[in-house]
Design a protein around this ligand. Structure first.
Ligand SMILES: [Zn+2]
Length: 434
């Protein structure tokens, strides 16, 4: 199927947005569209558990954990839960009940083998699959012995070699996928995800499809539900052939859940005109594929600014970090991070938010945190840390409700208007008029 085929686009005109209102995955059924939180590290994971227990957020019931974070987040909780079961105590009861109603995805997050900002996490935990640990160890030792120019060259070649070997050597391939699968299942994943290279060429596309096939087979042996997972470099949107390849693969594939991550994509940047067009077509094609097979589900990870329009047009499950900011937490210079402005659909500095509260006396949002935060001059960094995350999830709950209503009432204009009236209005073209 060509994404530029006018017939394809025409076919989707009729009831383009009609879709199932639930996503069924083995024992778990969630209402769609649904929002998932990427929890980065222990503090966010524990906050997610508390939030799920304390608030009625039925459209924020998915949790995404990166493979290199499981040892410090969910694994200790699962061990504790098993311990409690043996002793018959009640410790860990909160986690048990939250887990039952939460969709857990463990993202292999193998792009960090290339981006390196989390490289040390691959070496520091004994549960990480050995091929990844070895890879990360090799990078760390080379980094020490080479100049940065030499290292960058070596790193590029080494990354290609790692995936080339994994692709060509059946033994290594099964080890990489098998150990990843085991760790995902130990971590309570409801659907398994293959470790894949970040895709910006047809070569890496071939490797990704192979890794997905192996994951599907190994998951079947363990009676686990697998997904099809593609990790896509943002430059792929400018590569028409590659996008067509991806679309046709997804069309022919029969995975219940297809998971996509467009790494570091921000379509609000004014120069990204052609990428916006390509993304819009891609969304339409996904909508068409689902029209033919209504049981298919699509998940978008690290959706960032594209989260809202993506959930409107094609995605059943969308996800961002706990604050909605990708770079959040990496700088860490101020203890008071940004607050998500649900009207403008963008982030505001703490100083701006303080000014709003000084002028109007309240934070302009109706969630429990915003209603209670009338004095920002005495709020502690810890209270702000938890509060702005819980606030963000309440915003996402409202957004998902709004989109669900717009689809149900066949009035997608409602969702489009939301974007038009925000500072994200450049993204309105992602939602074609009905
Ligand atoms: Zn709020």
């Amino acid at each position: 199927m060509s994404s530029r085929n006018p017939l394809t686009i025409m076919e989707t005109q009729r009831d383009r947005y009609a879709r199932e209102t639930q996503l069924r995955l083995d024992s778990l059924t969630v209402s769609t569209p649904q929002f998932g939180v990427l929890t980065r590290g222990r503090d966010e994971f524990e906050l997610f558990i508390r939030m799920r227990k304390n608030f009625q957020l039925d459209r924020v019931s998915a949790c995404i954990i990166r493979l290199f974070d499981v040892a410090s987040t969910i694994l200790p909780r699962i061990r504790e839960e098993q311990q409690t079961t043996i002793n018959g105590g009640v410790f860990g009861e909160d986690f048990r009940s939250v887990r039952k109603s939460t969709l857990i995805l463990v993202d292999p997050a193998t792009e960090y083998l290339f981006y390196e900002s989390n490289l040390s996490k691959f070496t520091s935990s004994a549960v990480i699959p050995e091929p990844f640990r070895e890879y990360a160890r090799r990078c760390e030792s080379k980094k020490k012995s080479q100049s940065s120019d030499e290292y960058l060259k070596w790193k590029d070649a080494n990354h290609r070699m790692f995936w080339g070997e994994t692709y060509n050597d059946p033994k290594k391939r099964i080890q990489v996928v098998g150990e990843t699968l085991d760790l995902e299942l130990r971590s309570g994943a409801n659907v398994t995800m293959a470790p894949v290279p970040i895709k910006n060429s047809s070569t890496s596309f071939g490797i990704s499809t192979k890794m997905n096939e192996v994951m599907r087979e190994l998951s079947r042996d363990k009676a686990a539900q697998s997904s099809t997972y593609f990790l896509i470099h943002k430059s792929a949107l400018n590569d028409e052939r590659l996008m067509d390849e991806i679309t046709s693969y997804i069309e022919k594939d029969d995975a219940r859940l297809t998971i996509l991550k467009f790494k570091q994509l921000d379509l609000t940047e004014s120069a990204r005109v052609s990428e916006r067009e390509a993304y819009r077509e891609f969304l339409l094609n996904l909508a068409l594929i689902r029209q033919k097979k209504p049981s298919r589900g699509f998940t978008l990870l690290e959706g960032e600014n594209q989260t809202f329009p993506s959930a409107t047009v094609a995605f059943d499950l969308v996800s961002t970090s706990f604050t909605g900011q990708d770079g959040d937490g990496s700088g860490g210079r101020t203890p008071y991070g940004k607050w998500y402005d649900p009207k403008e659909m963008t982030q505001r500095d703490f100083q701006q938010v303080q000014r709003i509260v000084r002028t109007t006396g309240i934070l302009p949002h109706g969630c429990p945190f915003c209603r209670s935060a009338s004095n920002l001059s005495s709020i502690t960094p810890q209270e702000w840390y938890a509060g702005r995350r819980i606030h963000y999830c309440h915003c996402m709950q409202e957004f998902m409700e709004m989109i669900a209503r717009a689809i149900k009432e066949r009035n997608v204009e409602l969702a489009r208007e939301k974007i038009v009236n925000s500072s994200m209005s450049v993204l309105k073209t992602l939602i074609p008029r009905a």
